[in-house]
Design a protein around this ligand. Sequence first.
Ligand code: ADP
Ligand code: MG
Length: 245
Amino acid sequence: MNDQILIDVKNLSKAFDDVSVLENVDLQIRKGEVVAIIGPSGCGKSTFIRTLNQLEKVTGGNILLDGEDITSKSADINQIRRRVGMVFQHFNLFPHLTILQNLTLAPVKLKIMSQKEAQDKASQLLKRVGLYDKKDSYPDSLSGGQKQRIAIARALVMNPEVMLFDEPTSALDPEMVGEVLSLMKELADEGMTMVVVTHEMRFAREVADRVLFFDEKGIKEQGTPEEIFETPKSDRLKEFLSRVL
Ligand code: ADP
Ligand code: MG
């Protein structure tokens, strides 16, 4: 981790119709930092992380990505999605495409790579996540853990500057959680900037540089894993931890 601010969230607000979900959220994420987001369900964690690649538009405030305002009307959405990779709870693989095609589709369609370049890059990543032998299979034939490793590889094809994970292990059978978390830990160790919404408190504790506790409308408490888990300050966080630990 260095001192360069990669993501700068300023006074962000988000409402759906007139229901306010996030209010006045400020957050700076440094390059190489691993930020875990914890908090009760329905408090806006997904909404927040989705604003970071503009899957959700903000209602107020700004988000700067390496100094560039991705919330401005003139921002190039394809470029944002390329720079900010995302992994979802339910994998979101394309069921009618092979694994290799799942990885090569976006870079070829967006004309970032030739078919050959995309296939080389995809093959390299599939080897890396240990699933090269599945390249011609379809997602349905894979286990949940394998699907999620493919989803991570697919996001990495674009060489993103930051990776967002929204509860990446919540839909997995318990025996498959480990293989996904260990791949995420490898990415973190290699210096990837990561924002991870998670119920895996052990992962948050062991891998995150910083933990954010979200509660109604935004960040209620934040700190190092030690601070959040050993010496929580607010009653809301204490109560939350007593339920999940
Ligand atoms: P979390 O991820 O912390 O469980 P969410 O960000 O999914 O919470 O949801 C926060 C609140 O915003 C919830 O009350 C949810 O119902 C609401 N919400 C989320 N997405 C939408 C949407 N597209 N339209 C309307 N309300 C939404
Ligand atoms: Mg959510």
